[in-house]
Design a protein around this ligand. Structure first.
Ligand SMILES: Nc1nc2c(c(=O)[nH]1)N[C@H]1C(S)=C(S)[C@@H](COP(=O)(O)O)O[C@H]1N2
Ligand SMILES: [Mo]
Length: 402
């Protein structure tokens, strides 16, 4: 099993000690400039395989990627990739020889697949953005409960693995199958429901949903789901179950907490309801929507007066490719097309860049928006829902010249 080194498994046992204790040696402080205030966070190097991450919470870990880590590279390095777990009891080491992926439920035969079994199957590769449903929740106004993420609860990687379809075909899905539910090695406290997410059977069998064992050419970092995770391209990462060890084919709807109660959005357009609204119809969160970000200039920056300015960033189309990225320096009255970087596929980040001859004198607000290949775009109007999901308002940064 050459792809899973003994060294990593051992190294991670050592790493466990660091995780459990999580000494909070702050390297420095960052101000996320969240509208609700209280937005200073330490950065941390205390988590194995991660460096210079924004510490949102230590147990269960919530580590945010600083926005400048996205600058100039379409793939987010594994050691800067954000981390999010719901429950504190997360896997700290995995015996790669004993590990099995169980496939049970409405199947012709139950499976118990070793990593060797999976590595012997045909492989697929795909670039895809992993974005938390609550990415940018800290920008919600009025503020909502939950992790106050700025924009760094997302990352883009090249994933290699096997098709979920191929694994399900091997088990033989029964004709009445409705959903495929996935869960991992992390354990809930007490009687809390295990973290489990499900996809409609046609989605699970679409040939794109993947069981990944490689991320950017390396095995998955422990904190990102070693040894296996689900990749659901174009969908929010709540479905991207980490440390995946169980697939269950359901012949009835999924009544589990994590589908039926949690991670639900208003059915209204853009998941947007009036602040404070409570009684509205909901549906499980699903596909992602277009977004664009500045990565080389931060809100509040001072730029040279009367001189050319190079602006750069990243964009994502959601579940479609990026068709265009445009910039405005006058609050959206005029838009200018940015130059797009290499196309790594519809589910990937895309780099954008633009050179301005000079900024207008005085304070200035820069805005950037993405339009995807389905024609879906971003607007200035904010999104609000009580869970803080699916922000995709146009990002704006205020700069001045001097
Ligand atoms: N097993 C397991 N998988 C999980 C979760 C979890 O708590 N347990 N959280 C999900 C959520 S909500 C997010 S945002 C992503 C985070 O992926 P990352 O930590 O690799 O960035 O993992 C998803 N997969
Ligand atoms: Mo998430």
């Amino acid at each position: 099993m050459a792809e899973f080194g003994r060294r990593e498994a051992l190294g991670l046992i050592g790493a466990g000690a660091g995780l459990a204790g999580t000494p909070l040696w702050a390297q420095s402080l960052v101000d996320l400039r969240l509208p609700g205030g209280n937005s200073t966070r330490p950065t941390t190097n205390a988590f194995p395989g991660k460096k210079n991450m924004i510490l949102q919470r230590s147990r269960a870990p919530l580590l945010e990627t600083p926005i400048d880590a996205f600058d100039g590279q379409v793939f987010t390095p594994n050691d800067r990739f954000f981390v999010r777990w719901h429950y504190a009891d997360i896997p700290l080491s995995v015996d790669v020889h004993k590990f099995r992926l169980a496939v049970t439920g409405a199947t012709q035969r139950d499976l118990s697949l070793s990593l060797g079994d999976l590595l012997a199957m045909p492989r697929v590769a795909l670039a895809a953005v992993n974005q938390c449903s609550g990415n940018s929740r800290g920008e919600f106004s009025p503020r909502v409960p939950g992790a106050q993420w700025a924009n760094g609860a997302m990352g883009n990687a090249r994933w290699v693995g096997v098709r979920l379809k191929d694994v399900l075909d091997r088990a033989g899905v029964m004709s009445g199958a409705m959903r495929v539910r996935a869960s991992g090695l992390d354990q809930p406290p007490g009687d809390a429901p295990a973290f489990a997410k499900s996809l409609a059977i046609d989605h699970a069998m679409d040939g794109e949903v993947m069981i990944a064992f490689q991320m950017n050419g390396a095995q998955l970092p422990m904190l990102n789901g070693f040894p296996l995770r689900l990749i659901v391209p174009g969908w929010y990462s709540t479905y991207w179950v980490k440390a995946l060890d169980r697939l269950e084919v359901l012949d009835k709807p999924d009544a589990g907490y994590w589908m039926d109660k949690a991670y639900r959005i208003p059915t209204a357009p853009r998941a947007n309801v009036a602040p404070g609204a409570k009684d509205f119809p909901t549906t499980p969160i699903n596909r992602m929507v277009p977004r664009a970000f500045f990565t080389n200039v931060a809100d509040g920056a001072t730029l040279p007066r009367g001189a050319p300015v190079a602006l750069r960033g990243i964009a994502m189309g959601g579940d479609h490719g990026v068709r265009a990225v445009e910039l405005s320096v006058n609050g959206g009255r005029n838009w200018h097309a940015a130059t797009l970087g290499a196309d790594e596929g519809r589910y990937s980040f895309r780099l954008w860049s633009m050179r301005l001859a000079a900024l207008p004198p005085g304070p200035c607000t820069l805005a950037v928006r993405c339009t995807n290949s389905a024609g879906e775009t971003q607007t200035f109007s904010p999104v609000w829902n009580p869970s803080g999901f699916m922000r995709n308002a146009i990002e704006q940064i205020s700069v001045s010249t001097a």
